[in-house]
Design a protein around this ligand. Structure first.
Ligand code: GDP
Ligand code: CA
Length: 325
């Protein structure tokens, strides 16, 4: 069984933990693992250079979560984290005062940056970083190229996505999201192959605009999803008209998509009519939206969408695989 998952950071990480748990149950290898091959194709639009470090928030969120190293209480970053280095950098006026990096997290960024300076690609550096833990999921950045998301706000000012998201808490109305240098970008080795050879392709319940949208925006990836022989199943990140966690509604508003589970499905579109979806999972709160989704040519299933723990995430992953067949 080969499962390819397009993913952002925190929402994607929770979902991937569920996919891994379900795969261990449904396709056991007899040693606590799974014979299923799970490949996550991860958004790199939030990546940036800061304080001489290459930072890849979504890759790291997934790595820490799957490694059991994430801070479950805070909802992001490493468990047992401290912030001494950030305090020093702030004292020197280096970096962004509103963007705190934990010390353990800085260790990851130093490792990555060091590997990139040695000539490794981001995908190669990711392989080396993730080799430290038995993740049970192969993480591939969507691209090795630096394609960073920028936000054009109402007065025309352009800023890095992280500045808009973290400093301004997505409160400045966005006019447009721009993937810098995207035209020349290519998918990382293995990305299109994983999609083409998959038995099922899943769109994690990640931000449809700046996570999944960014992955699909890398030239070649949308075509790979459109042309794979595998079924493509998306999971709604919107439950009962709300984004659950974070501020993804601000991103949807900016591109003129309502913050509803059916509007996001219609935005992705059915593969029969130029889009990327065969099937879509809606929350029980949104059962009434099933007809709109089906009218757009997308099979709809109504299932519990809340990922409260590994068990509920695993059940969601099982439902996504069931919707593929
Ligand atoms: P980010 O890169 O860290 O912003 O994370 P993602 O893009 O992967 O996912 C963020 C999205 O996950 C949020 O906008 C939520 O809509 C969605 N999300 C978070 N928790 C849940 C959950 O329990 N269930 C579902 N269905 N979606 C969730
Ligand atoms: Ca992200």
């Amino acid at each position: 069984m080969k499962i390819a998952v397009l993913s952002g950071g925190v929402g994607g990480a929770r979902f991937l933990r569920g996919v891994r748990a379900h795969a261990r149950e449904a396709y056991p290898d007899g040693a606590g693992g799974s014979t299923a091959a799970i490949t996550a194709i991860v958004n790199t639009g939030d990546d940036m250079w800061l304080s001489a470090l290459r930072i890849a928030p979504d890759l790291d969120s997934i790595t820490y979560t799957l490694a059991g190293e994430s801070d479950e209480e805070r909802g992001w970053g490493r468990v047992g984290e401290s912030e001494r280095v950030s305090g020093e950098l702030r004292a020197y006026g280096v970096g962004w005062p509103w963007f705190t990096l934990g010390d353990l997290d800085i260790g990851t960024h130093l490792a990555r940056t060091s590997m990139l300076c040695d000539g490794l690609t981001l995908a190669e550096a990711t392989d080396r970083i993730t080799a430290r833990w038995p993740l049970g999921v192969h993480l591939i950045p969507a691209t090795n190229d630096e394609v960073e998301t920028h936000v054009v706000v109402e007065d025309g000012t352009i800023m890095h996505f992280q500045e808009w998201w973290t400093r301004h808490r997505a409160s400045l109305p966005a006019r447009e999201f721009v993937q810098r240098n995207v035209a020349a970008a290519v998918p990382a080795p293995g990305v299109c192959e994983a999609i083409a050879s998959a038995d099922v392709v899943l769109l994690a319940p990640s931000n449809p605009v700046v996570s999944i949208g960014t992955v699909l925006g890398i030239p070649g990836i949308r075509d790979a999803v459109r042309s794979t022989s595998a079924a493509v199943v998306g999971v709604s990140p919107i439950i009962g008209g709300s984004v659950v966690r974070g501020m993804a509604d601000a991103c949807l508003t900016a591109i003129g998509v309502a913050t509803t589970a059916d509007a996001v499905a219609v935005h992705y579109g059915s593969r029969g009519s130029g889009g990327v979806l065969d099937a879509w999972l809606l929350g029980e709160e949104d059962a009434a939206l099933r007809d709109t989704v089906e009218a757009a040519g997308i099979r709809a299933s109504v299932v519990p969408l809340w990922m409260r723990d590994v068990a509920t995430s695993g059940a969601l992953a099982a439902a996504a695989l069931a919707a593929a067949s």
